[in-house]
Design a protein around this ligand. Structure first.
Ligand SMILES: [Zn+2]
Length: 88
């Protein structure tokens, strides 16, 4: 099992659609997971960033929608188990 470095927490500003531009490759990053305090975003090259969950309710709904869409394709839950961060 390939294991990438743990994501580092950065200050990123979410776009109005709750995505960000990847600092490494410039591709859009989409929310793939969230905790009560943070949201994890990933680009097509699997670069990841963890940032604070925005306070705006509308933004959180967008994030939930992205995660729901991604969850159908990726086994996000499995990855969360791997990292041992399923529950806070
Ligand atoms: Zn990237």
């Amino acid at each position: 099992m390939e294991r990438s470095a743990p994501p580092c927490e950065r200050i990123v500003t979410l776009r109005p659609d709750a995505t960000v531009e990847c600092a490494d490759c410039g591709l859009p990053m989409f929310p793939i997971a969230e905790s009560s305090l943070t949201v994890t975003l990933e680009c097509a090259n699997r670069h990841r960033v963890v940032t604070a969950l925005p306070a705006e309710r509308a933004m959180r709904v967008l994030i939930d929608n992205w995660i729901a869409k991604k969850g159908a394709q990726l086994h996000v839950q499995h990855e969360r188990w791997e990292r041992g961060e399923d529950e806070e």
